[in-house]
Design a protein around this ligand. Structure first.
Ligand SMILES: [Zn+2]
Length: 61
């Protein structure tokens, strides 16, 4: 489903309301309301303050 684009790994920028946003600038989890810039599917933000070394977006599936 998501292997048709090159950005299948973790990424730190996503689209929110048509703008590129950094993972640290949005709400945690699916509440970030962001989509993947490559495939426009919903993404989940992982920006838990307790896990600062692993902030990223992943596809919601
Ligand atoms: Zn994608």
């Amino acid at each position: 489903m998501i292997d048709s684009h090159i950005n299948t790994n973790d990424f730190i920028y996503a689209l929110k309301e048509g703008k590129i946003v950094h993972v640290d600038s949005v709400a945690n989890g699916l509440a970030c309301d962001c989509i993947c810039p490559s495939c426009n599917l919903p993404v989940i933000a992982y920006n838990n303050p307790k896990n600062k070394n692993a902030h990223h977006f992943q596809h919601y599936s």
